[in-house]
Design a binder for this molecule. Sequence first.
Ligand code: MV4
Length: 512
Amino acid sequence: MTETPSSARKIRKVLVANRGEIAVRVIRTCQEVGLATVAVYSDPDRLAPHVRLADEAYRLGPAPASDSYLKMDAIIEVAKESGADAIHPGYGFLSENADFATACAAAGLIFIGPPPDAIRAMGDKTAARQLMKEAGVPMAPGTTDAIDDADRAAAIADDIGYPVLIKAAAGGGGKGMRIVHDPGEFKRAMRGARSEAQSAFGDGRVFIEKYIEEPRHIEFQILADEHGNTIHLFERECSIQRRHQKVIEEAPSSVLTPEVRAEMGAAAVRAAASCGYTNAGTVEFLVDSDLNYYFMEMNTRLQVEHPVTEWVTGIDLVAEQIRVAEGRPLDMEPGDLSMHGHAIECRVYAEDPANQFLPDPGPLHRHAAPSGFGVRVDAGVEQGGEVLIHYDPMISKLTTWGRTRDEAIRRMERALDEYEVAGVTTTIPFCAVAMGHEAFRSGQFSTHFVDEHFDPSVLAPDDETHDTVAALAATLYRATQQTDEAPSIEQGATDGACMSPWRRRRQRHTGA
Ligand code: MV4
């Protein structure tokens, strides 16, 4: 792809308007491509890894996001003061805020992301449906516009055929959604969806789609430059999630044939091109058991799960984001791209999988992440730090690569086993159960995987473990109370009471 120097604008210093692992991720690539970096932080983040890694750092305000990472004016002020010429928003926070992208441009700063109009179009799910219709991207049968007349809506639902799904135009991520199985429930569900959407988004508009019952969530990574080049970097399988929060992702998907992959990739490229998209984005599809695929939404940001795409394509997505934000052409042609091997991501959250995945923030007394061949850990907190209650409780993303899916899974099992965390409860044991589960191994699962296959009681300690923990606790207690009477290793070794060598019991989760 040829260079057009007239439109090129060199970035020298990037302000990263985010925290945690994604801020660290972006800073690392900036360093590799020779850009200076500016971090911003809230009070409890003043010693966080992203602050230490950046060349300079500026305080935004107290912990609540509304007083720190969401303060557009303060962030733009820091960018100007520090001499940054670009802002990378990461994901979450201001990343899909069209007004922020506009404000950056107005301040003479490059927003490393798509144009504001593309963010706005994809943020409104009915506007997105209209664009997809024009671009010939398959969608579930339904209405393209918002609909407010309940009688007309009920008639349309009859036409579509039950079950139907009522979705919020301003929604995304599942808020304001209602599944309706029975025509008799329709109007009530519509009232519920509208009022939920009104209070969640200040926008009560809803539309209707045919409900796809046991879908997979498969999304395509796209990249677009300002020279008319839009390409896709294949798919990620993201069906394993709970409460609209992904937990395990992989690339490639086990179900796509080369033909369907090529078709979906072309549809994703049309979806992006339809709204004048540039930079990195993701087109999400629902896929049914016959491999019919339906546009769901487009995420106009770099996603959490982007490392699995980086593993299998070898492309640094943040480097490409910076390139195209400078007005340069993409560094590759579609023909240059292929997938090599298989990658899996497990998200390590400070959450209790045995207790409905409730967040368990707190001090990270120990964090010893795995490493070795084919293992990547993107962590946003470190040992001695803290998982704060104010933000997303993700500790890290553990990704592994293998030549085959089975090799990637075995490497993931090894890495999960090696991972040591103390101080907070984590989703590591859940991920270990999932890796060993026959439904995951076989690749036969849908978005209902967690509900259908995960029994939280498999994570409850058994009697033997309880006894061991009780014995250890009693011994430690005695040692702290009566130091001089505590049994020493020497005594134990000489009187034969301590013959058993130290042995770490590995809990093998079969998922059975
Ligand atoms: C759907 C669907 C079934 N049929 N649309 C979930 C959040 C929002 N992005 C849209 N979502 C869904 N839309 C139709 N026509 C099922 C879901 C859905 C879902 C999708 C992907 C991953 C997990 C999910 C969990 C519940 C519902």
